[in-house]
Design a protein around this ligand. Structure first.
Ligand code: DON
Length: 403
């Protein structure tokens, strides 16, 4: 018997399969030879569980879905400030192959349009073109958790016809923004776009971003959590090109599409998704891939800006004996939980004579920065009023953070 996630994915693909609108990309001639009817989807939870349905193990070229992952690599190599001197992070509101360059600096608007992606590829560290590409390939392997081959026919086809990308590269070179020779950089970019992936690979890659840079399947750390956060932010604002605003309103998940028919999407802290269907809309985004994510978001309430409801009380129990207040805390101590704890402690201290507060942290899962800040300030205040604050827990690590 299938698990409920696989069943939901299978049913979703079944509903989408009659939709034959859109056309397969053919401006890279070799892309026109893919099976237009392919349709696959995969989801990878942050527990590392993989769910998939349809043509989820069919390989296709990653194309622009590579861009956020190579951006993450450039950020790891150089840091945000240095990368941002070459490429911005503002939505361009224009198609993927537009000449979207800042009038004064010549910087491409963001790393997810072609001009920005080419500039980003040039920033990847490496002594020469072979080493740069080897590092790109190794990083994408680490994101996907398996080795990915290059589709030599698609690579050759794009290389033979990619003059618009070369033109974009020359424009950025003329402004001093492109860090490398045009032929070398565009060649590396064409090879990066021709890496072969499956919908499952894309889901693992997205789940790695959703998991703060740690691949949830291999458990390997690929990039820093801060870089994962920046990458997802840029995907949220720029990932669907001139349809990015509509995407954020309607679907509300960071995403990135490619003309090979793939889309990656992620819900931070929960899962990554990969979908594959080669027929594209006028913007170069997979028609059924978009529809799949749209339906998943609506049906399961996945929009990142949906306000969570029914926040569980962080106080499991609170008992007062002989001027000692024992408070059992539970769950994640984020801002809203810490605010509740602070208010409780302040009210108890104002109402009863207290000599000590014992905090039982056994069932606290994590303490967020805001929670730590609020609690630490409150403990300092209580101690200044001669109320001792102690933490009781078999695992002392979270309480040490509480100061
Ligand atoms: O540079 C190109 O035109 C392709 N290698 C990638 C474009 C792409 O995937 C745009 N995304 N939807």
């Amino acid at each position: 018997m299938d698990d409920p996630v696989t069943t939901a994915l299978t049913n979703l693909l079944h509903r989408l399969s009659p939709n034959h609108t859109g056309t397969v990309a053919d401006y890279i001639p070799e892309l026109a030879s893919v099976d237009p009817n392919s349709l696959g989807a995969a989801m990878v939870s942050l527990h590392g569980d993989i769910y998939h349905a349809g043509d989820s193990e069919t390989e296709f070229t990653i194309q622009s879905v590579s861009k956020p992952f190579v951006y993450a690599l450039a950020l790891s190599d150089l840091g945000l400030a240095a990368v941002t001197r070459h490429v911005g992070f503002e939505p361009s509101g224009e198609p993927f192959n537009a000449i979207s360059l800042e009038p004064d600096t010549g910087r491409p608007a963001n790393p997810l349009i072609n001009a920005g992606a080419i500039v980003t590829t040039a920033l990847v560290a490496g002594a020469d073109r072979a080493e740069k590409f080897a590092r790109i390939q190794a990083t994408l392997f680490a994101f996907a958790g398996r080795e990915l081959g290059v589709d030599e026919a698609v690579y050759a086809s794009e290389s033979a016809t990619g003059d618009r990308n070369r033109a974009l590269a020359y424009l950025t070179l003329s402004q001093g923004v492109l860090a490398g020779p045009v032929e070398e950089v565009t060649d590396t970019y064409f090879r990066q776009c021709a890496l072969r992936v499956t919908a499952i690979d894309l889901a693992v890659m997205a789940a790695t971003l959703a998991n703060g840079g740690v691949n949830p399947v291999t458990k390997r750390s690929v990039i820093d959590a801060e870089i994962a956060r920046i990458t997802l932010s840029v995907m949220s604002t720029c990932g669907m090109y001139d349809a990015s605003g509509e995407w954020m309103v309607q679907v509300g998940l960071p995403a990135k599409s490619g003309v090979g028919g793939g889309i990656v999407s992620a819900l931070p802290g929960e899962f990554g998704i990969g979908v594959f269907s080669p027929r594209l809309d006028a913007g170069g985004n997979s028609v059924r891939g978009k529809a799949a994510l749209h339906e998943m978001s609506q049906r399961f309430g996945l929009h990142v800006f949906t306000a969570p409801t029914g926040h569980r009380s962080p106080i499991a129990a609170s008992d007062l004996h002989d001027e000692v207040l024992n408070v059992q805390l539970q769950g994640e101590v984020d801002f809203i939980s810490a605010e509740r704890i602070v208010r409780h402690l302040q009210e108890m201290a104002a109402t009863y004579p207290l000599s000590r507060i014992d905090l039982d942290l056994t069932h606290v899962t994590t303490v967020q920065a805001a929670g730590s800040e609020l609690l630490t300030a409150t403990f300092t205040d209580l101690r200044s009023r001669d109320i001792a604050v102690r933490a009781i827990s078999p695992d002392p690590s979270p309480l040490l953070e509480l100061g």
